[in-house]
Design a protein around this ligand. Sequence first.
Ligand code: IMP
Length: 210
Amino acid sequence: MTDLPPQAIRKLAPGKLVIATHNAGKVREMTDLLSRYGIETVSAAELDLPEPEETGTTFVANAELKALAAADLSGLPALADDSGLCVEALGGDPGVYTANWAETADGTRDWMLAMTKVEEKLAALGPDISRSAHFVSTLALAWPDGHVEWFEGRIEGKMVWPPRGELGFGYDPAFVPEGETRTFAEMSFAEKQANNHRSRAFAKLVAAVF
Ligand code: IMP
């Protein structure tokens, strides 16, 4: 777990909150989590907010810049997630660059390409290499006056190949969480929601701000 900056917690009043992401998979998961607490959500895409460039080198820095940009432009509290896959044998890669590994020459994202890159790098290290990995989610909750809070969740698991399952998003088909035999992409939405890095970070947010 990374060290989060010291912080003073502010309570989140009922009302509207921006989900500061253009990733449809994240919007679905975060909307579901927030709706349980009477929070009305609107996504950055629905508000037509620009996607800020992720110039940070840590999950905290990138989550914060996304949340602050959305809060500033919308005048509403905003919640951003910066997340990634950290593969032990690859020294924690792709880490903060998890989305970048999916980038294609024409600027689109190809998740099969990204999962294949991870697999090729693991395969190059030999058949006995550890396939342990974890997902990290850092949530940043920002207010228009510049106040920010951070919450982090993590789930351990292992990389599998070939990818399995049609559900979820991103690297879900190649990741089996601890205590499971199925990949995230073989689990229902409710099953993945019950136990993943983002819902674990969200549980910490709930305990602090509601
Ligand atoms: P970012 O947070 O926008 O930098 O993107 C992180 C990337 O990590 C996403 O685009 C996904 O590909 C990947 N990722 C984050 N959370 C998950 C997850 O729950 N399942 C699969 N991939 C994920």
